[in-house]
Design a protein around this ligand. Sequence first.
Ligand code: PMP
Ligand code: GLN
Length: 384
Amino acid sequence: LNRRLAEFGTTVFAEMSALAAATGSINLGQGFPDTDGPEEIREAAVRALRDGRGNQYPPGPGVPELRTAVAAHQQRRYGLSYDPDTEVLVTAGATEAIAAALLGLLEPGDEVVALEPYYDSYAACIAMAGGRRVPVTLRPHDGAFRLDLDELRAAVTDRTRLLLINTPHNPTGTVLTREELTAVAELAVERDLLVITDEVYEHLVYDDAVHIPLATLPGMRERTVTIGSAGKTFSFTGWKVGWITAAPGLVTAVRSAKQFLTYVASGPFQYAVAEALALPESFFTGFRAEMLARRDVLTAGLAQAGFTVFRPAGTYFVTTDIRPLGESDGFAFCRALPERAGVVAIPNAVFYDHRDEGAPFVRFAFCKQIPVLQEAAERLGKLA
Ligand code: PMP
Ligand code: GLN
């Protein structure tokens, strides 16, 4: 294993899902729904397979039906116009989009300012691209993890090439506000930075939270690569269909890397996801309402069990603080939890460079059926 990757080991999601399987625990670790996406979209995939659409290499940028559907979705929801031919690229999940964007845009030694805690593949892909990550830590403030705008500005140096933003944010559930995003945008314009914004949870925002795509802010469309995922939006994480929208020059850069990673992926599923993106608004509101109900069940159970709960405004994850349980090391807590309670969770420390900052936080996924969440809450309630 080379020096760039040596520090990363095995992804925590693989480790924790294996632990869940081995111990028969309820898996609230890795974020995947325990209910598959809409039947009609599964049927669409079967139809594509049967009709021989996508069984051979699809076009490099993605099938035209899907690129058109992605552009229509950005237009309809956010008023963002993208040309399906030059400004949309289909990827093997958001994971490949992140990798290809970093590999295609970074020069060795470039600095990337990213919000810590960060989704694990960011750090690994920045390393693979020869970049240097510069974390800006989100810290608890009035019950939510917030971005310190002065710290963000201070993190930018002459070597900074890009900002890597994630909203709604995994693992904290924070949804960046218009004020925060405006500060990000002003900084990017002032320092002439590129921005990669991971918006895979764009449809999962709760209560008063609103998802604002960074590309809608002044000066941002031409410097922003926006990432979306069918895995997260339609509950088909195994299909590995993601996409980016960006200005033509940025798409070309990302595609230059992408063509040598997977070349193409998920042929028949691309056709099905094109249909999914055109589902009526009721699908999206229904999905959100379902996840909101699940959030409320799990957050209530966790609070009852004695955790400090940071009520997420978005995503399908909830971050907790385990210190009220007399614990302080999330790693040790999560390793012992299957044995102690038959539940698997993720130690947020894996998402930090500053491991100490993340030590007392533990993430639970709530994209599970309500009886499963109730059972998990009951088990966790017996911890104390
Ligand atoms: N970004 C974030 C913030 C995620 O939580 C995930 C995990 N689903 C991904 C990207 C990867 O998405 P995909 O499964 O589409 O590769
Ligand atoms: N995005 C998922 C999570 O945060 C995991 C995806 C993966 O296993 N790579 O749980």
